[in-house]
Design a protein around this ligand. Structure first.
Ligand SMILES: C[S@@+](CC[C@H](N)C(=O)[O-])C[C@H]1O[C@@H](n2cnc3c(N)ncnc32)[C@H](O)[C@@H]1O
Length: 236
C-alpha cells in the first residue's frame, strides 16, 4: 500500500516549496485574507498538518502577538519547523501527533488552518467536525486541500520552468538530481491517490463535505494549478 514517507519528504520539502511558485501563491492566498479578517488581539491560531512551519512563519509577521500551535505527526517535519521558529524567535507550542492526540479546549481557537494535509488523513470528515468544535463560534477555518489526482509530469514542468528562470538550464538539471527524493515521494503520493489511500475530491464534493460537517462556506475557489480546493469557513 503506497503512502508518502513524510520523514523522507521532509528532507527536501522546503527546497521544493521555495522553488515552486504555486506554493508561494498558496502562502500569499492566506496572507491576503489575514488582512481582511480582523482577528482579535493575541489571536489563538492552530495549524493542522503544519509540516515545516512555512505558513506559521509567514503569518507571524502580520500576527506578531498570536499564540500559535503547530500540530503535525511527523518528527522530521517538526524538527525543521522548530529550527525556523527558533531562528525567528517565534514562541510556539509544537504538538507531535494527530488531531485526536491534541489536548486543546473546545471553542478556543480564533483561526485554524490546514493546508494540504486533510487529504492524507484517514478520516477527513471526522477531522472536519473536530476542527469545528475547536474554533470559537466567530472563528475562521482556512483550508487548502489537494483533491485532484497529481499529474507528476505537469508539476515537474511547472517546477522546471520556474527553476530555468531562477538558475538556468544547468542549475535546473542539478536541482532535479539533488532533490530527487522529494520528487519520488510525489510519485508515491500519486500512486496512493490512485489506490484510494488519499481523499480525492472535486470542488463540488469538497464543498459538500464542508457543509455536511457543519461549516458555513464564506468563500470557495481552486488554487495550486487547479489541483487544490481553497475554502474559508465559519462554524454553522
Ligand atoms: C504536504 S505536507 C503540508 C505541510 C504544510 N501544511 C505546508 O503546506 O507546507 C502534509 C503534512 O501533513 C502531515 N500529516 C499527514 N497526515 C497527518 C495526520 N494524520 N496527523 C497529523 N499530521 C499529518 C505530514 O506529516 C506533513 O507534514
Amino acid at each position: 500500500m503506497s503512502e508518502i514517507d513524510w520523514e523522507r519528504y521532509a528532507i527536501d520539502y522546503d527546497v521544493m516549496c521555495e522553488a515552486n511558485p504555486a506554493y508561494q501563491q498558496n502562502v500569499q492566498h492566506l496572507l491576503d485574507r489575514l488582512d481582511q479578517w480582523q482577528l482579535p488581539a493575541s489571536p489563538k491560531v492552530l495549524d493542522i498538518g503544519a509540516g515545516t512551519g512555512s505558513f506559521i512563519v509567514a503569518m507571524s509577521e502580520k500576527l506578531s502577538d498570536a499564540q500559535f500551535t503547530h500540530l503535525d505527526f511527523n518528527a522530521a517535519m517538526n524538527a525543521q519547523a522548530l529550527n525556523k521558529y527558533t531562528a525567528l524567535g517565534i514562541d510556539i507550542d509544537i504538538v507531535q501527533g494527530a488531531l485526536a492526540d491534541l489536548d486543546m479546549p473546545n471553542y478556543s481557537q480564533d483561526l485554524i488552518i490546514c493546508v494540504n494535509a486533510l487529504y492524507a488523513m484517514s478520516q477527513p470528515q471526522a477531522v472536519l467536525r473536530r476542527i469545528r468544535r475547536l474554533l470559537k463560534p466567530n472563528g475562521r477555518f482556512f483550508v487548502i486541500d489537494f483533491g485532484r489526482e497529481m499529474r507528476v509530469v505537469k508539476w515537474s514542468y511547472h517546477l522546471y520552468v520556474a527553476l530555468l528562470q531562477q538558475q538556468g538550464a544547468r542549475g535546473a538539471a542539478k536541482w532535479f538530481w539533488r532533490n530527487r527524493e522529494v520528487l519520488r515521494q510525489n510519485r508515491i503520493g500519486m500512486r496512493a491517490q490512485q489506490q484510494g489511500n488519499y481523499w480525492l475530491h472535486s470542488p463540488r464534493q469538497f464543498a459538500y463535505a464542508l457543509e455536511s460537517n457543519g461549516w458555513y462556506i464564506e468563500e470557495i475557489t481552486t488554487c495550486y494549478l487547479g489541483d487544490c480546493d481553497l475554502a474559508v469557513c465559519r462554524p454553522f
